[in-house]
Design a protein around this ligand. Structure first.
Ligand code: FES
Length: 341
């Protein structure tokens, strides 16, 4: 009997599996105890949960609000089996009164159980894989005005494991890794009201950003704002922004590329949404394997005549392939927009 490390072919994201074979014939497929691919936490074999497509039975206020702006906002999804708080936005890719929630994000990475909370637990009896699920859901706006983000690099995986038990404390919380060469742990939290100072101090201690000598700090108790930035060897290695998170995107992008503190020291604690020094905001990461962001793809589309050319230029979608449908959609939307303008 031979055991071979492989990748689950179910959805193309790259969960690790062990293929057991005997005399050239496959005799079993098992979840890998460790990820076959790189550091992405959702690639641990067995983390896969199911996608959920839902019909919204009645028009909750959240749906109207999201449809009006198209921006991400916190909403509560309810089905008769359970509920979750997630970020949602209106999408032209779905029919009216439909929702879609991707799989892969269960209780280790979200407060709650991800789309598992809304759907049935049935799985394929042979492969153990869930099928795509449909469920009736209702989506309503969740009022969570207080937000916090924590970015931490250096030992990012162990920091991720440390904060996982904290997720359940909040109505909305997520944790994951971004960045390829220098991964950064990203913890995002939203709640009805700020957490107290003692809890933040404990979090700082847990993530080793409590050293007053090397950390920059800002506190405004009246407005519920507290920030802490840790610098090590001239680089920003940690940022905790609580109560005001305007700088989140450019700090995250910068840290994933190695952000020299001298270039941004004056802005590190400022409520600055635009990146300083005209740095380009990368936007959402579309291809996790190759670390290619939405704005980079949009920028390359204009100069790229076909999909193969786009892949050749940016390499996006050339590894596990799970991002290819999304990139193709962007490519087609760009072509349609060009043809109608
Ligand atoms: S996410 Fe794997 S190739 Fe893009």
């Amino acid at each position: 009997m031979t055991e071979t490390k492989s990748i689950c072919c179910y959805c193309g994201v790259g969960c690790g599996v062990i293929v057991e074979s005997d005399d050239g014939r496959v005799t079993g497929v098992w979840k890998a105890a460790r990820p076959v691919a790189r550091h992405e936490p959702h690639r641990h074999g067995g983390e896969t949960v199911r996608s959920c497509r839902g019909a919204i039975p009645r028009h909750g206020p959240g749906r109207h609000a999201a449809a009006r702006t198209g921006e991400w906002r916190f909403c509560q999804g309810n089905s008769r089996r359970g509920e979750i708080v997630i970020k949602v936005r209106a999408s032209s890719e779905l029919q009216t009164a439909q929702t879609f929630l991707p799989m892969h994000w269960g209780g280790n990475f979200l407060s709650g159980f991800g789309c598992n909370a809304l759907t049935v637990a049935a799985i394929d009896p042979v492969s153990g894989q869930p099928e795509l699920k449909h469920a009736a859901v209702q989506v309503e706006k969740a009022d969570l005005p207080w937000q916090m983000v924590v970015l931490r690099k250096n030992n990012e995986l162990s920091h991720l494991l440390k904060v996982q038990p904290l997720l359940a404390r909040f109505p909305y919380a997520s944790v994951g890794l971004v960045g390829q060469d220098e991964p950064v742990m990203v913890l995002r939290v939203a709640a009805e009201s700020p957490v107290d100072g003692a809890w933040l101090a404990e979090l700082d201690r847990l993530l080793e950003i409590d050293d007053d000598l090397s950390a920059m700090a800002y506190h405004d108790t009246r407005r519920g704002i507290s920030k802490r930035i840790l610098v090590c060897d001239g680089e920003v290695v940690a940022a905790r922004l609580s109560g005001e998170i305007a700088a989140y995107e450019w700090l995250k992008d910068g840290m994933a590329k190695g952000l020299p503190v001298e270039a941004v020291r004056a802005w590190l604690l400022a409520p600055l949404a635009a990146p300083p020094f005209g740095a380009v905001q990368r936007g959402r990461i579309v291809c996790n394997c190759l670390n290619v962001a939405e704005n980079e793809i949009q920028g390359a589309l204009a100069a790229t005549p076909d999909f193969a050319g786009l892949q050749e230029k940016l390499k996006c979608g050339t590894q596990c392939g799970s991002c290819v449908p999304g990139i193709k959609r962007m490519f087609n939307q760009h072509r349609i927009a060009g043809a109608t303008s």
